[in-house]
Design a protein around this ligand. Structure first.
Ligand SMILES: [Zn+2]
Length: 300
């Protein structure tokens, strides 16, 4: 990435840490669950939406939010089933999805994730854009089963197919498709109803996130329950609107890149203004998404 581009873009990220990724006091967080049937439960707390499969084989959990919440999350999960947690799948490397790994592993769970998650968690992670350094995680927090393109769990009478979707929100994103239940957990590839975070420093890209949304649209039908990484449970129509928004946003920024405009001039033109009212209500504003798309297209 060009040094000048990093300097230009990092300016808008100064406020980013204040609004994202920082755990609130754990007792302020509301934890709630939604029963999807088939022994599947979505768990909302702070950070990435979790999902649990409970049944005779034990508990399989997708993501584990921030470490300070682990005790309360484990308590909530114990109300769903008295079986042990056998596996935790990490959908990607961000702290609001892997932060509880060490605590969950301490209960006997095996942590599973794309090999890039293990690689990144094993070493200090430096974000040029946010100027944030995440220290290496202890070995006990790392996925001990990794995969490259995907793997399947035959679990509690269901088949959970884990698929790696390259260079989307990060370079290590996985989605989980459970055909028998018609349920798709998309991790942070999908922010329901809002602009997504595309973590360019960690290998994310706008074209990858659009491709991942298209992959999901191909799988889903009108009855599919789609669990986003952030936001409420969605359906195919909502995901379609999100994909269309991303395609439009990419085109709106690409016009400026094709015209040879600088990053600053592109931001000044406020290219995503037409989308902001409907999609800009989350912690990713139109300025951020403009930056992610500009970097994706022009950052090489
Ligand atoms: Zn994330």
């Amino acid at each position: 990435m060009n040094a000048w581009l990093i300097r230009a873009i990092s300016v808008i990220f100064l406020g980013f840490l204040a609004i994202s990724g920082v755990a609130r006091a754990q007792d302020e967080v509301e934890i709630r669950t939604i029963d999807l049937g088939y022994g599947l439960h979505v768990i909302f707390g702070q950070g990435g939406n979790m999902m649990a499969s409970v049944g005779a084989d034990g508990i399989f959990v997708i993501d584990d939010q921030f470490a300070p919440l682990s005790e309360r999350l484990l308590e909530t999960i114990s109300t769903l089933s008295d079986q042990p947690i056998r596996f935790v799948l990490n959908t990607h490397v961000h702290g609001d999805h892997v932060g509880g790994n060490e605590n969950f592993a301490a209960t006997g769970a095996i942590i599973v994730g794309h090999e890039s998650i293990r690689e990144r968690m094993s070493a200090e992670q430096v974000s040029e854009l946010t100027n944030r350094t995440t220290p290496a995680y202890p070995d006990s927090a790392l996925p001990i089963v990794t995969f490259q393109s995907g793997l399947s769990f035959y679990w509690n009478g269901l088949t959970a197919e884990i698929a790696h979707l390259p260079n989307a929100h990060t370079d290590g994103d996985s989605a989980v498709w459970i055909a028998e239940a018609n349920v798709l957990h998309m991790g942070d590839i999908y922010f329901n109803g809002r602009f997504p975070f595309i973590d360019i420093d960690t290998g994310g890209s706008v074209d990858g996130i659009i491709a991942a949304a298209n992959w999901a649209l191909d799988l889903a039908d009108e009855n599919t329950v789609i669990v986003p990484g952030h936001g409420e449970i969605a359906n195919r129509a909502a995901l379609l609107a999100y994909r269309d928004m991303l395609v439009e946003a990419r085109a709106l920024v690409a016009v400026h890149v094709a015209a040879g405009r600088s990053y600053d001039d592109t931001q000044a033109a406020n290219p995503l203004a037409p989308l902001n009212e409907e999609w800009g209500g989350g912690f990713i504003t139109s300025d951020y998404l403009t930056a992610f798309i500009y970097l994706s297209i022009a950052g090489e």
